[in-house]
Design a protein around this ligand. Structure first.
Ligand code: NAD
Length: 268
């Protein structure tokens, strides 16, 4: 990604990105690293993360590789501790990790339903809680429980989907998780206002990633046609939106909001 902000706008900051081994999460990690952040790349397995890190070019600070399963409390607690130990601070979390188990309600197993919820919604909750418990809340307490007006950039970007609002056949679990993430975004914005954390979400339309490939050619073509811009987004276009939500010069007065990046597929 070419820089879209001033050179090294995030230098000195640490940003956690989940689901960073491929797709949107990888593009986000690349985009934030390109702007000078120390990025902690979280995903399921270490070797895929190492390969992903090797593909990140022109990063002022080499990204950290933090293998973790976002559905595991133990993993997330360890991962956040590891990032804090390595960098001393966490400025932002981008909760991207996700899966699909698409099939109609009549055929959907309860195990798959729960796994999809645990990955999207549970993973978002766990990283949000752990960074607050281990880092932001202690800072707030040390400040006499007064708002952290210290000028430090703090943000969370969660990942919803156009299908949270529009519904989607085969995705009862996924749409429930994404609707939940939108609600979690608003509640977290309220609870973390004293930490001065801006909490927002991105709701993408179709994006050219391995997850979308799972839908098949005909499905992708139907989605492309249902956008006003007549195309599927590239991951870098989502990364650009995240860079904007991470940057206080662009989104300093935004919190509790859901940013639709869907090519006009759906208008709220
Ligand atoms: N691609 C799209 O069209 C689209 C549209 C709307 C929303 N989204 C959302 O964007 C986000 C990224 O999607 P993508 O298309 O890049 O997906 P992807 O499948 O290409 O990548 C997802 C990444 O998350 C990781 N992951 C999955 N489960 C995990 C777990 N338990 N712990 C840690 N990592 C885990 C995977 O290993 C993978 O690297 C998801 O939240 C998805 O729901 C995608």
């Amino acid at each position: 990604m070419d820089p879209i902000l001033r050179e090294n706008a995030f230098l000195g900051e640490t940003h956690i990105v989940t689901g960073a081994a491929q797709g949107i999460g990888f593009a986000v990690a690349q985009g934030l690293a390109r702007h000078g952040a120390q990025v902690a790349m979280v995903d399921l397995d270490a070797s895929r993360l190492e390969e992903a890190r090797a593909k990140i070019e022109q990063a002022a600070v080499t990204p950290l590789v933090v293998p973790a399963n976002v559905t595991s409390e133990e993993d997330v607690t360890r991962a956040v501790g590891q990032v804090l130990e390595a960098s001393g601070c966490i400025n932002g979390i981008v909760n991207v990790a996700g899966i699909t188990r698409d099939t109609r309600i009549t055929k959907k197993s309860y195990a798959d339903f729960n796994l999809v919820l645990a990955t999207h919604l549970g993973g978002t909750f766990l990283f949000t809680r752990e960074v607050a418990v281990q880092h932001w809340h202690p800072l707030f307490k040390a400040n006499g429980n007064e708002p952290l007006d210290d000028g430090v950039n703090r943000f969370i970007v969660n990942f919803s989907s156009v299908s949270a609002r529009n519904g989607n056949v085969g995705q009862v679990d996924y749409t429930a998780a994404k609707g939940g993430i939108e609600a979690v975004t608003r509640t977290t914005a309220r609870e973390f206002s004293g930490y001065r954390v801006r909490v927002n979400a991105v709701a993408p339309g179709p994006v050219n990633t391995p997850m979308l490939a799972g839908v098949g050619e005909a499905g992708i073509e139907a989605m492309r046609r249902s956008t006003l811009l007549g195309k599927v987004a590239e991951p870098a276009e989502l990364a650009a939106a995240v860079v904007g939500l991470a940057c206080p010069m662009i989104s300093g007065y935004m919190t509790g909001q859901i940013l639709a990046v869907n090519g006009g597929m759906y208008m709220a």
